[in-house]
Design a protein around this ligand. Structure first.
Ligand SMILES: [Zn+2]
Length: 94
């Protein structure tokens, strides 16, 4: 139906003022609280088993299961820190 296509287009074009996720990615819970806290990142590949803790990341915490979802700004910080951490682990900073 064309109505469905119109709705989909409308949703994609809509500008979201808040970056707050609608629901938890893990349990679909909607009780999310904004926090600034340490975000642990588990590495994969050749650094499997290693973990990087990124301090003071802006994120949303699910009050139901504790799942952490960084905001876009928080995610950018996580990406930068993980990149640095991986270089550190691989000994590329020496
Ligand atoms: Zn959850």
């Amino acid at each position: 139906m064309t109505a469905t296509a119109r709705r989909k287009k409308h949703r994609m074009a809509r500008k979201t003022k808040s970056s707050k996720p609608a629901a938890c990615q893990a349990c679909q819970g909607t009780n999310l609280v904004r926090r600034i806290t340490t975000y642990p990142v588990h590495l994969a590949g050749e650094l499997e088993g290693k973990q990087i803790h990124v301090g003071r990341v802006a994120l949303y915490e699910c009050q139901r299961c504790g799942h952490l979802m960084p905001t876009p700004a928080g995610q950018a910080k996580v990406d930068r820190n993980v990149h640095m951490g991986i270089r550190l682990f691989l000994g590329q900073l020496h």
